[in-house]
Design a protein around this ligand. Sequence first.
Ligand code: ATP
Ligand code: MG
Length: 246
Amino acid sequence: MTPLLKARGLKKRFGGNEAVKDVSFDVNEGECVVLAGDNGAGKSTVIKMISGVYVPTAGEVFFNDQLLTGQSPNAVRQSGIETIYQDLALADNLDPGLNLYLGREATRRIFGISFVARRAMRERAQEVLEGLGIVIPDPSAPVRDLSGGQRQAIAIARAIHWKAKLVIMDEPTAALGVPEQREVMALIERLKSQGVGIILISHNLPDIFAAGDRIIVLARGVVAGERKPSETNDEEIVRMMMGATL
Ligand SMILES: Nc1ncnc2c1ncn2[C@@H]1O[C@H](COP(=O)(O)OP(=O)(O)OP(=O)(O)O)[C@@H](O)[C@H]1O
Ligand SMILES: [Mg+2]
């Protein structure tokens, strides 16, 4: 089986700071790869090189064997990779339906989005959210009025709706309450069961062990080690994060 995503020799320099020195890993279909590591280890920089936000100083990213490096974030998204951030993913002033279509349908119309299109999007959004067991009390309210977990759920619903093949989540549960964290973790399982590949960045050891099929530990810009959850434990992962020997 060829991997869904291949990252090879990624390097990113910011001025004199080599934030990412040499990072390579694969993600397979239906697999959740966790990127773990201490603050500043280079996790977010790695995923930004995948999602098109940063151009790597060196190295390549292949998605379904196609070279992805150098493409814009929009082009990366169109090719089937959704990146979900805790706070930046949604447009606060729009309702969930419009958020679901953000950057797609909405850009086509010259005079803004027609009333009919808005209603259709809202209805479709409700269907998608209900299908995922997500209840939004008032679907016409702007998403700024929603909880962190509901916002996260809408971002994930968007990935499902547009049939993303790879979903990247940077600290998706960091600011959530416990029930919302569970909701997000359940959605991750659902995406996996549909064959979607996941890259999950998390500091939360229980989440790392529950969701991860493989744990890749970054320390100071390099891969300090890679483990299956069944082959390791909290202590070893923490030791690897601190840059200790494998
Ligand atoms: N845009 C930038 N310009 C300059 N330096 C940056 C930039 N982005 C990140 N860095 C630096 O690169 C290093 C890695 O940062 P990165 O955000 O990738 O870490 P991280 O592993 O995501 O950490 P955290 O767990 O705190 O989110 C840090 O030293 C950081 O200061
Ligand atoms: Mg980060």
